[in-house]
Design a protein around this ligand. Structure first.
Ligand code: ZN
Length: 155
């Protein structure tokens, strides 16, 4: 059977500690344009959507919103990034996370959550993505290089 562009590849991914809580990391190289994972969840009724206080709502279309807080939805661990390596594509009312560029093994996945979400949930706390906190990301997982530690000069 021919695979559709929107069949998630069987990439090895792992949930790990990230600079913003937990995050989803590539455990192998992912080529540009590849479908990585589908964002799955229950479709809410209009009323449920209005009353929901979930932060895992995903507006698929004007009329369809899914709630992604469930164990099956590994994609919920993907954090927002202002310099994303992933992007969302909506296909037949389903949500797919695609590789915006080639992703290296060990890289954290991120996509742009959009301005509305960013302004209400991320901005107030301060964005911790790789673009906004490069030092935090550089320090994570890597031993500090000795030369980066400044030595005090004796007078
Ligand atoms: Zn950011």
């Amino acid at each position: 059977m021919r695979k559709s562009k929107f069949t998630p590849g069987d990439f090895r991914l792992a949930v790990k500690r990230a600079s913003a809580g937990r995050g989803l990391f590539a455990q192998e190289r992912i080529p540009k344009g590849a479908c990585i994972i589908e964002y799955v969840g229950r479709t809410l009724t209009a009323k449920e959507e209005q009353n929901s206080r979930s932060r895992y709502l995903f507006e698929v279309t004007k009329k369809k919103t899914i709630e992604g807080w469930n164990k099956k939805n590994t994609a919920r661990y993907i954090n927002h990034s202002c310099r994303p390596n992933c992007e969302i594509e909506i296909r037949k009312k389903r949500v797919f996370v695609m590789a915006k560029r080639a992703i290296k093994e060990g890289e954290e996945l991120g996509y742009d959550y959009g301005k509305a979400y960013f302004d209400s949930f991320i901005k107030p706390l301060g964005c911790r993505c790789i673009k906004c906190t490069p030092k935090l990301h550089a320090a994570r997982g890597k031993p500090l290089k000795k030369k980066s530690i400044k030595k005090k000069k004796r007078a």
